[in-house]
Design a protein around this ligand. Structure first.
Ligand code: F6P
Length: 343
């Protein structure tokens, strides 16, 4: 079998480890030929591919990014041509199957192609950890570790200057990164998209901590929606897809805290640093197991399925199961963290 791999959507530490594991397992166990489709679905539309021999994936488990590139192109976009075009291009490229590695948008496209009869399986990916059907996605652990390390640093400089420090982290629709990194770093307030925490409450927590002679740390997810607003702040405009480009809420929260408490406050936006560099060991293992699992799905011709983490097991589920809404932070998890906010 000749199998194409593509990575699509925002990149994420662990993509290369998936590619490496899929290539090695495909060649060693199933005698497959492995091919990289460049820049996500765009590579299938443009028939832009490269052979992936074992030598190409040497030492790749620890490397950030994706060697085959990524894009946010969707197979059913106007220039994508939909399933007929994809099927024709698959035939012309001599590909018997596609492993699509991506988040919600990628898996939705892959699922639709599989429903239209294309030989596609999926691997779930997102640092936000917001996909249903899988306990974790790779990249999340790395993002949380990077954010936690950054917050530990913010706390020491904050203590020196008796300042309040605000850290803005990724998390478009859900607050998993904010919740986990904030909890790990001992944040005094965590603001997530799922919970409309009033700024008066945040100011109270900050003042309590400051009065005790400590430097307050406030963590805010980019998708946090303040009371009285309908949408997250997106002062940077919209992307080509029409999706708002988030970011800026940290600055807004900083200004509010300073105005309400009079405490000098500084903002740090962690941004794409959270998605760059080497994956943690936990993410390398999850990515490796996902890559091997996806190749087994192809060998068994289980089109429309994707790999998922269920406890310590790698299972397979219909891609559709991951697309039934986002996996948000339950109120109980927020309330648990909230016990340690403020004083
Ligand atoms: O979906 C993952 C994510 O990292 C979001 O948290 C963030 O809003 C988005 O990607 C940023 O995307 P881009 O790299 O296109 O700016």
């Amino acid at each position: 079998m000749r199998v194409g791999l593509l990575t699509s959507g925002g990149d994420c530490p662990g993509l290369n480890a998936v590619i490496r594991a899929a290539v090695l397992h495909g060649i060693k166990t199933h005698d497959m030929e492995m091919v990289g489709i460049r820049d996500g679905w765009a590579g299938l539309i443009d028939k832009n591919v490269e052979e992936l021999p074992r030598t190409r994936v040497r030492g790749l488990a620890k490397q950030g990014g994706t060697i085959i590139g990524t894009s946010r192109t969707h197979p059913y976009d106007a220039d994508g041509g939909g399933s007929e075009n994809m099927l024709r291009n698959l035939r012309e490229l001599g590909l018997d199957a596609v492993i699509a590695i991506g988040g919600e948008g990628t898996l939705a496209g892959a699922d639709r192609l599989a429903q239209d009869g294309l030989p596609v399986v999926g691997v779930p990916k997102t640092i936000d950890n917001d996909l249903q059907g899988t306990d974790y996605t790779f990249g999340f652990d790395t993002a949380v570790q990077i954010a936690t390390d950054a917050m530990d640093r913010l706390r020491t400089t904050g203590e020196s200057h008796h300042r309040c420090m605000v850290a803005e982290v990724m998390g478009r629709h859900v607050g998993w990164i904010a919740l986990h990194s904030g909890m790990a770093a001992g944040a005094h307030a965590i603001l997530i998209p799922e919970v409309r925490t009033p700024m008066e409450q945040v100011a109270e927590w900050v003042s309590q901590v400051h009065e005790k002679g400590r430097s307050p740390l406030v963590v805010v997810a980019e998708g946090f929606i303040p009371e009285g607003h309908d949408d997250p702040l997106s002062e940077a405009g919209v992307e080509a897809s029409g999706r708002p480009r988030l970011g800026g809420i940290g600055e807004w929260v900083t200004r509010e805290i300073e105005q309400m408490t009079g405490i000098e406050t500084r903002n740090t936006v962690l941004g794409h640093i959270q998605r760059g560099g080497a994956p943690t060991a936990t993410d390398r293992v999850l990515s490796t197991r996902f890559g091997m699992g996806a190749v087994d799905l192809v060998a068994e011709r289980r089109w429309g399925q994707m790999v998922a983490a269920n406890g310590t097991e790698i299972i397979s589920i219909p891609m559709r199961a991951a697309l039934r809404g986002l996996k948000s932070v339950p109120q109980a998890r927020y309330d648990e963290a909230k016990v340690l906010f403020g004083r």
